[in-house]
Design a protein around this ligand. Structure first.
Ligand SMILES: [Zn+2]
Length: 76
């Protein structure tokens, strides 16, 4: 293997692990609406499109319809 191939393999592994980490985060995450306190799990599309900062994600609440920062909660 030359360096280009090795670089490609490493980049591929990085992408796969980033996707896996995102997917695991999505499957384990439940979010709590800042407005009404309802707990819900966003669709994968909403999850991926939502802006986020550590511990919070911008989502639309299915209960009250508000679009706001949802706290990430541990699923029970
Ligand atoms: Zn709400």
């Amino acid at each position: 293997m030359n360096k280009k191939v090795i670089g490609g393999v490493i980049a591929g592994i990085a992408v796969v692990s980033a996707v896996a980490a995102t997917y695991l985060d999505y499957t384990s995450a439940t979010y709590e609406c800042h407005e009404c306190g309802a707990m819900h799990k966003p669709t994968l599309g909403a999850y991926l499109m939502g802006a986020h900062i550590p511990g919070k994600r911008l989502l639309k609440c299915p209960h009250c319809g508000n679009r706001n920062w949802h706290y990430k909660a541990i699923e029970v």
